[in-house]
Design a protein around this ligand. Structure first.
Ligand code: ADP
Ligand code: MG
Length: 335
């Protein structure tokens, strides 16, 4: 896919100078009221968040964590219960139109009129945002998302991946400096996922701030430079990806002996060690406190001949599990 140059003049009028943060949330709260048969749901519990201009920012969390709720407050689709939100330096309550002009949102649900064509959908969206006919770039945008050949097909005949790309096209009509994607690759096959990642990187390199929600750790790890982890409506971590990964300096050493071990030798039992089903030793160690060489020495000293060994670095999954493991399950009745 080729890339639309986001952003000529238009958006800078949202704010005379570029702000430091693309999106900001201050003590944001959302409680969905009780409905027939359902108790109320405290979906956001005082979220504070700063998303710097220029980043590819990942909002990572399990299903039901509150990611879409947060995004949809910025998009103007969900009404917050309390707190404040700013888009491109503009408070969404003080100046909703100006705030919304700075953001393009690609929703999680694919929800489009099946009897529109992509051209019509994009044109309609441009009209909705008040983009004058002379400034519309419908063809260019459709080409950028690889839908030029389907420009005149009915939406109902498009594949799931094509529909998702059309949603991105629609979010770009008013050249917003902030593009928000809610679960962009949920249910999308691996080729298209990589293609979308490339496209997102490209948009970012042209100056767009990208915010995406995902429950795929791999996606956040691959794509994002900053990550907030959200769980049960609370932000439990928010930092640069590298520093998030650095939080855990536990590595794993896996040793496959030439002969399968039946049990862990006595001299090794003081280590944080397991035996797996292949008779290999799994040793977790703190890389700052202990070198691999001394561990290997200890194993050899037990008379074990080593066939193969590998070490595993911590990944986002380790951090994520650590941060989202439930000490108490506080899901029950809530105000
Ligand atoms: P995520 O996007 O992280 O999966 P959501 O923001 O969609 O999470 O949902 C957060 C919580 O709020 C969930 O428990 C969900 O069931 C609830 N919720 C979401 N939308 C509504 C709604 N319109 N009415 C009532 N509860 C809702
Ligand atoms: Mg969601």
């Amino acid at each position: 896919m080729q890339v639309v140059s986001l952003q000529e003049s238009k958006l800078s009028n949202s704010s005379p100078s570029q702000p430091e943060f693309a999106l900001r949330a201050f003590s944001l709260e959302k409680t969905y009221p009780a409905q027939k048969g359902l108790t109320s749901k405290h979906a956001l519990k005082g979220v504070d968040l700063d998303i710097p201009v220029g980043s590819i920012f990942g909002l990572l969390g399990p299903n039901g964590a509150g990611k879409s709720t947060l995004i949809n407050i910025f998009a103007g689709l969900v009404k917050k219960t309390a707190g404040r939100a700013e888009i491109w330096g503009v408070d969404i309550d003080d100046n909703p139109r100006q705030a919304r002009a700075a953001i393009g949102v690609v929703p999680q649900e694919i929800n489009m009129d099946p009897f529109f064509t992509p051209i019509e959908s994009v044109e309609y969206q441009a009209g909705f945002y008040g983009v004058p006919k002379s400034q519309r770039r419908t063809k260019e945008i459709l080409q950028a998302v690889g839908l030029q050949d389907k420009a005149k097909a009915y939406v109902r005949t498009l594949s799931g991946g094509m529909k998702r790309r059309l949603l991105i096209a629609k979010a770009l009509v008013h050249s917003p400096p902030v593009l928000v994607l809610d679960e962009p690759t949920a249910g999308v096959d691996i080729d298209l996922r990589r293609q979308l990642w490339d496209y997102v990187r490209e948009l970012n390199s042209r100056g767009a701030t990208i915010v995406l929600t995902t429950h795929y750790l791999e996606e956040a790890q691959e794509l994002c430079d900053r990550i907030a982890i959200i769980n049960h409506g609370e932000v439990v971590a928010c930092e640069a990806k590298e520093s998030l990964l650095g939080r855990i300096d536990q590595k794993t050493l896996i040793i496959q002996p030439q002969e399968k071990l039946q049990k862990i030798p006595k001299d090794l039992q003081k280590l944080d060690i397991d035996l797996n089903e292949n008779g290999a030793l799994i040793i977790r160690y703190n890389s700052a406190a202990q070198g691999v060489a001394s561990l290997i020495e200890k194993v050899r000293a037990c008379g074990i001949r080593i066939d193969d060994l590998q070490t595993k670095e911590p990944d986002l999954e380790d951090v994520f599990l650590e941060l989202t493991k439930d000490v108490t399950n506080n899901e029950g009745a809530q105000a």
